[in-house]
Ligand binder design. Structure first.
Ligand code: SAM
Ligand code: SF4
Length: 472
């Protein structure tokens, strides 16, 4: 039976509740008055229940969809302004004992495998720092023998300790397989930013079909991971996600929203981020067997999610093409990766993986980060390399009230400007410098508080004089 506060995955992600919500949503979607009432509520920026979101998901009429997308854009602008937080994924190891049908790293794919040595990792981090990155997402397959938790912790220490001139990694997020409460505690002690774990699919039979072997095949162990992390391991910030393309997308959005409501109910705070990976072709994967989501529907489900969880960070990955990413940024996404490599050791040695090795999947956007940033600035977005909240202790239940009251933007907007200024000073070519400086000057004029504007201007001058890491 459905119980958002239960610790049992089969009760907080209840199949019957999802099916009923979708059935009811289909009916409501045909009723314009009902949709308008839901949109009125969404306009208040306080979010929607999963049942309300279900109705919007089934809206097929182009006008109504356009209205939903316009509202998502307004909410996004209201809460996030024009800033986009930048990060880079870093693959540590492609050893994996699991057999996920969709992934190029699955155990029965007989390719050469490896993990980075600490020396190689240092090279990767230096290469990423040279690209201006401050925030990383560590990725690894699951393999206790070849990639134990002690190795991940050692990598985190190496990363935080590797500095190049003005370069440093200031926030390390981690995306590794579901683990024990004790291991979550150790990750936190090592300076973990956000723990990210994708559910892949919330539809249990599909989950069991997709995961043919290894610890990840245990649906409950995987689905209850965030509970162990937050309630027993002391994690503050967790990020959830579904791999769109494995099962019906309406169902997956319901799963994400039920998961978010569950975390609010048991931990007092919902997910810090939601990621939207979409299935891409991978080596040794039969791509024809999946429920691929069209661009039109993908855009729609992202807009509806923005309405349902206005304050949650939404992460767009390099899996999408440059052109399509622009549309998605416009309606809801607040973080993205740039210049990503999805093989082990690809930043220091471009070409991503070494001969005989397989990247996890094939990317759609392979532009250099600098070109991605130029594109963003030309489209009116302010790239942010900010990592201030986590370092100032504004995490978990201390972060959400600030976000909900709008106070957070007094920090985010100036911090985005300061970190982008650092990037321009240390890494940009002349073209990006000119574009970026113009944008920062405009943004400065938009800060409404006179005091904060003056402080920001003073900090910008100090950065130009050589100081670094100034933040609110
Ligand atoms: N091994 C850990 C796990 O599976 O939870 C975490 C790292 S795994 C490298 C990161 C994510 O990549 C997976 O959670 C999955 O959603 C995604 N992924 C796997 N195969 C993919 C594909 N063919 N296209 C797009 N994303 C994929
Ligand atoms: Fe391994 Fe993760 Fe790929 Fe599954 S998705 S095969 S657990 S790396």
């Amino acid at each position: 039976m459905y119980d958002p506060a239960s610790r049992d995955a089969n009760e907080f992600i209840d199949d019957a509740e999802i099916r009923e919500s979708l059935e009811e949503g289909k009916k409501l979607a045909a009723d314009r008055d009902a949709l308008n009432t839901i949109l009125e509520k969404a306009r208040l920026c306080r979010g929607l229940t999963h049942r309300e979101a279900a109705a919007l998901l089934y809206a097929e009429d182009e006008d109504i969809r356009a209205g939903i997308h316009a509202l998502a854009r307004r909410i996004k602008e209201h809460i996030y302004g024009r800033r986009i937080v930048m990060f880079a994924p870093l693959y540590l190891s492609d050893y994996c004992v699991n057999n996920c049908r969709y992934c190029g790293f699955h155990a029965s794919n007989k390719t050469a495998r490896r993990r980075l040595s600490q020396e190689e990792l240092r090279e990767e981090v230096l290469a990423l720092e040279t690209l201006g990155h401050k925030r990383l997402l560590l990725e690894a397959g699951e393999d206790d023998r070849n990639c134990p938790i002690d190795y991940i912790l050692e990598c985190m220490r190496t990363i935080y300790g590797t500095k190049l001139r003005n370069g440093s990694i200031r926030r390390v997020n981690v995306d590794i397989a579901a683990t024990t409460a004790e291991n979550y505690r150790r990750l936190k002690e090592a300076g973990l930013g956000t723990y990210i774990l994708f559910q892949e699919t919330y539809h249990k039979p599909t989950y069991e079909f997709m995961h043919m072997g290894g610890p990840k095949a245990n649906y409950e162990w995987h689905t209850e991971a965030m509970d162990r992390g937050m309630l027993e391991g002391g994690l503050d910030d967790v990020g959830i996600g579904a791999l769109f393309g494995l099962y019906d997308w309406h169902y997956e959005v319901m799963g994400l929203l039920l998961h978010a409501e569950h975390l609010e109910a048991v931990a007092g705070v919902g997910p810090h981020t939601i990621s939207f990976p979409r299935l891409l072709p991978a080596e040794g994967v039969d791509y024809s067997a999946y429920e691929l989501v069209s661009d039109r529907d993908f855009k729609h489900l992202i807009a509806v999610t923005r309405l349902a969880v206005p304050y949650t960070g939404m992460i767009l990955t390099t899996r999408e093409s440059a052109e399509f990413r622009r549309e998605l940024l416009d309606i809801g996404m607040s973080q993205m990766s740039a210049g990503s490599c999805v093989g082990v050791g690809g930043y220091a040695h471009p070409g991503c993986s070494r001969p005989g090795e397989t990247p996890q999947f094939h990317l759609a956007d392979e532009r250099k980060p600098e070109d991605v940033l130029k594109g963003l600035v030309r489209d009116g977005y302010l790239p942010s390399f900010c990592t201030a909240c986590y370092r100032a202790g504004r995490t978990g239940d201390r972060f959400m009230p600030l976000a909900k009251s709008g106070e957070i933007s007094n920090c985010c907007q100036p911090n985005a400007m300061l970190t982008f200024e650092e990037y321009l000073l240390d890494y940009a070519d002349d073209e990006l410098k000119a574009l970026g400086e113009r944008m920062i000057a405009e943004e400065l004029g938009r800060i409404t508080s006179e005091k904060r504007r003056a402080q920001t201007a003073a900090y910008l001058e100090r950065l130009k004089a050589g100081e670094r890491d100034l933040r609110f």
